[in-house]
Design a protein around this ligand. Structure first.
Ligand SMILES: [Zn+2]
Length: 247
């Protein structure tokens, strides 16, 4: 709302809700503290980015937002309401904010800087996911054969993947960031090559994939779900038909 006015007046605003913050107020957080917090994404998709969810390109736009926000190199100044929303209204974040104001907005707390998009956590795991013993994947790749897949394509492909890999459920895939891409030809071999490439570029990860060949519409696509970092051990154990990443 007041974003343009604030910019014109060079006001300092909350990096979440754009409410004005006056010196020496606010809480200073690192990019990691913000983008790995599901509350951040929940709030943003309910407010500033509500239109994104309704869009046909939602998977791609959400991924672009995840990449952009995770790449922020400077710390985030957050108002007290938003700090409460993130459960991050700590004395440390308050002290850091004061220091930031006092040092000409140049202070950066320990752990500041960009993080990889795999660390973004948009959603808290639903109950069914917790009960399955299989964590949510860190990332999903959706590859269209010479077209950019949309929401409907995602659901079709995801259903196929879930059918092949119990105890994976649709709930696991619903709110994970999706990297959307398309191959240069509509050959099925181009899709399998693209899947191999995802696997090669994900060392130490655990992956499951599925091809979704749609004879009726000709919209052939591939889906890959990837577990990385701490989630790899459990994914490997629970999804024995998966494959390891790397060369
Ligand atoms: Zn705020």
């Amino acid at each position: 709302m007041g974003q343009l006015l604030n910019a014109l007046l060079r006001r300092t605003v909350c990096d979440m809700c754009t409410e004005r913050i006056r010196r020496p107020e606010g809480y200073l957080l690192t990019t990691r503290q913000v983008v790995t917090n599901p509350e951040y994404w929940e709030f943003m998709f309910a407010n500033s980015w509500a239109s994104v969810l309704a869009s046909e390109n939602a998977p791609e736009m959400k991924y672009t937002l995840a990449e952009r926000q995770a790449s922020q190199s400077t710390p985030w100044l957050i108002c007290s309401s938003c700090a409460d929303r993130l459960h991050s209204a700590t004395p440390q974040a308050r002290t850091d904010a004061e220091r930031w104001w006092n040092e000409g907005r140049r202070f950066a707390p320990q752990g500041s800087g960009p993080v990889s998009v795999e660390e973004v956590r948009q959603a808290r795991p639903p109950e069914t996911v917790l009960q399955s013993g299989l964590p949510m994947p860190n990332k999903i790749f959706l590859i269209g054969a010479k077209f950019e897949p949309g929401q409907d394509d995602f659901f079709l492909a995801a259903e196929g993947l879930v059918g092949l890999h119990p105890p994976l459920t649709m709930e696991h895939l619903h709110r994970v960031f999706i990297k959307v891409s398309s191959t240069s030809t509509d050959e099925v071999s181009a899709l399998t090559q693209a899947v191999d490439e995802v696997r090669r570029e994900s060392p130490r990860a655990w992956l499951v994939d599925s091809l979704c060949l749609n004879r009726r519409t000709g919209r052939d696509l591939a889906i890959v779900a990837m577990w990385s970092g701490e989630a790899v051990g459990l994914a490997r154990e629970r999804l024995p038909k998966g494959t390891p990443g790397g060369g």
